[in-house]
Design a protein around this ligand. Structure first.
Ligand SMILES: NC(=O)c1ccc[n+]([C@@H]2O[C@H](COP(=O)([O-])OP(=O)(O)OC[C@H]3O[C@@H](n4cnc5c(N)ncnc54)[C@H](OP(=O)(O)O)[C@@H]3O)[C@@H](O)[C@H]2O)c1
Length: 246
């Protein structure tokens, strides 16, 4: 029976694993990086932790007898996506990237699109004193030098104890969030501007609408480049690809 490895850690990966539960013609395994302390576990077989770069992943694909690879990792998880593309090429396996579409600005939005965190930090110079950082916990150091700003930093798990942090308050919350929730947060903390990654999807999109309603600017960090592999944006298209390859 063909074996599929899903590189996961996203809603899309979890939905794909759930949809494949009753596929008797395919054995499915999901791999998680292990970043979240209490992850939402996908249905079926799950493994956790890095593979050890491209060589480690190639080794894993061979040892486990994997036939098909779907990269359904987060749009900002660029390293694992690059590794997956290279490892699939070396091992001679078909690979598909399943990634939710990026958000696009709507009428009334005040977005400042930037390519990376360092540029995002520079853009804050003229955007007020109180900033809502919604970029997770791993890269807060990029804003730590801005000692004349106050930051509300939202994440699922707390940052590492030795991580350099900006001044401000940490808010531990896991989405999905409602527009009402986001609006009241922005008002309560007197936020002047938001920094976000262009993650896409619906679970954390309410902040975009709340910002639009309140006329707040969003410094939007755009996605890193993706490797050149076949890409789809929907579960249905991923299932179609699997039918063709099983
Ligand atoms: N909001 C979210 O849900 C979410 C989720 C994930 C990531 N992100 C964002 O993505 C960025 C980078 O995250 P990241 O460190 O996870 O990714 P990454 O930088 O692409 O990956 C770093 C290493 O982690 C391991 N890894 C990543 N995903 C894996 C998986 N599914 N299974 C096994 N190993 C995996 C690999 O280690 P080896 O080289 O040892 O194989 C990989 O080289 C951050 O900006 C983060 O905020 C957001």
């Amino acid at each position: 029976m063909p074996r599929l490895l899903i590189l996961g850690g996203t809603t899309e990966a979890t939905r794909l694993a759930a949809a494949l539960q009753n596929w008797s013609q395919l054995e499915v395994q999901t791999s998680l990086a292990g970043r979240t302390q209490q992850p939402v576990l996908p249905a079926g077989s799950v493994r956790v932790g890095g593979f050890g770069g491209v060589a480690g992943l190639v080794d894993y694909l061979k040892t486990e007898g994997i036939d098909l690879l779907i990269d359904a990792t987060h749009p900002f998880a660029a390293q694992i996506s690059q590794n997956a593309a290279e490892a699939a090429h070396i091992a001679g396996l078909p690979i598909l990237s399943l990634q939710r579409p990026a958000w696009t600005p709507q009428a009334g939005d005040r977005w400042i699109s930037v390519p990376d965190l360092a540029t995002a930090a520079k853009q804050l110079a003229d955007l007020g004193d109180r900033i809502f950082l919604t970029i997770g916990r791993q890269e807060l150091a990029a804003f730590a030098h801005l000692r004349d700003r106050w930051f509300l930093m939202r994440m699922i798990d707390p940052p590492a104890e030795d991580a350099p942090l900006p001044l401000g308050e940490i808010l531990l919350e896991r989405g999905p969030f409602s527009v009402e929730h986001e609006r009241s947060l922005l008002i309560r903390f007197q936020i002047d501007a938001i920094v976000s990654k262009n993650s896409g999807g619906t679970a954390i999109a309410a902040k975009l609408k709340a910002a639009r309603e309140l006329g707040l600017p969003i410094v939007m960090i755009e996605r890193p480049p993706q490797p050149q592999v076949e890409q789809v944006t929907t579960l249905a298209a991923a299932l179609q690809w699997l039918k063709l390859h099983c």
